[in-house]
Design a protein around this ligand. Structure first.
Ligand code: MAN
Length: 355
């Protein structure tokens, strides 16, 4: 299979994006939702910003305060034994048997636009910034589905209430309508199919919390995109394989004559995130026709292996032009990159030979 990484990769990296918050630095411009809109490629970037004010022996956690409509900072001492700082993304605090988790940065959604799909201009202000109690630790990893003239943007909202899936909609990428929480905690990685199938909308999602269950994929349906039900187990982790530890939907599924193609992420216990594909029945997307045995895209390039959280390739969207999939993806939880691969090659990789 021929995977062509763009020569200009990474296309957007934190170094070239100015922080929106005063006294912060941008540490991530990644995991972008993707839309084709009025001749432009729109990337809905997850921008992560980290406060600069923490002293050398401290780590700060930015938290959105709903009442003040401002970000407050919590400080943790690096020598405090009740705190675990081993994951650069998180601070785990265990005090008197009570466990709490904080994030070291706050994420929000910001638009980047391009005429050629390679050279992007990042807007100076957020498109969606945390605005309610479900978003106090930030909002992350948007996916954009166009249905008629409306673009539905689903994303993870993180707070002490857990990780919920929120949705906004827009017709112009200038302003948005809040559509509320579509799935409760803990859930993430929601991609909505771009049309009704057998009279219903479908979405892939990834619940997780149960001591029994695992971070695996489910599918749900809806009459109106807001109220989701008929939750059905969809695809599970595979021991000893590249998707053995966690998995979730990636790009918005797209149609081929052979079925819906979904590009999803899988990770191993050492947090190596790779991408693979699934082919789903055109009439019943809960039926998986084929699934990648080996990963299709593995972290290989330096910007994929090294960065804020290395060994990660993670997609939230693609642009499909005839037989070409232009896959935008987050590299190392830090930057945004582009690769192209043909639909034909993905189908062959899935063992579909009648093409
Ligand atoms: C994971 C990662 C982080 C993210 C948290 C909360 O640990 O995806 O980047 O901030 O989950 O969603």
């Amino acid at each position: 299979m021929e995977i062509k990484r763009n020569a200009k990769n990474p296309l957007i990296s934190p170094r070239t994006v100015k922080p929106f918050l005063e006294g912060y630095e941008v540490i991530g411009t990644f995991n972008a939702g993707v839309a084709a809109y009025q001749g432009e490629t729109i990337l809905m970037l997850r921008v992560a910003e980290r406060p600069l004010c923490a002293k050398q022996n401290e780590v700060a956690s930015p938290v959105y305060d709903v009442k003040k409509d401002a970000i407050e900072l919590l400080y943790f001492d690096k020598n405090d034994e009740s705190c675990d700082f081993s994951d650069p993304r998180m601070i785990y605090v265990t005090r008197q048997g009570d466990k709490k988790t904080y994030l070291t940065s706050i994420s929000y959604l910001r638009i980047a636009r391009s005429k050629d799909g390679e050279n992007f201009t990042v807007e100076p202000k957020p498109f969606v910034f945390p605005f309610n109690q479900y978003m106090t630790y930030g909002i992350e990893d948007p996916r954009i589905t166009r249905i008629e003239d409306t673009y539905y943007i689903t994303f993870s909202a993180v707070s002490p209430l857990g990780i919920v899936v929120a949705m906004v909609s827009t017709k112009d990428f200038v302003s948005y309508t809040d559509e509320g929480n579509i799935l409760h905690s803990d859930n993430k990685d929601v991609t909505i199919f771009p049309e009704k199938i057998g009279g219903k909308y479908y979405a892939l999602h990834r619940p997780s919390t149960s001591v029994f269950g695992k971070p695996e994929m489910w599918i749900a349906s809806s009459e109106n995109l807001k109220y989701w039900g008929q939750h059905t187990f969809f695809a599970g982790l595979r021991e000893g394989m590249w998707d053995s530890q966690r998995m979730g939907a990636g790009a918005v599924p797209f149609k081929t004559p052979y079925g819906w193609l979904e590009i999803y992420h899988g990770a191993t216990s050492d947090n190596r995130y790779c991408l693979g594909a699934m082919l789903l029945d055109l009439e019943d997307p809960s039926k998986i026709i084929a699934r990648s045995k080996d990963a299709m895209i593995v972290p290989e390039a330096s910007y994929e292996c090294n960065g804020f959280f290395g060994d990660v390739v993670f997609t939230c969207g693609a642009v499909i032009e005839d037989d070409t999939v232009k896959l935008y993806y987050g590299a190392s939880d830090e930057s945004t990159a582009l690769l192209t691969v043909s639909v034909r090659d993905i189908l062959l990789h899935l063992g579909i030979t009648a093409i």
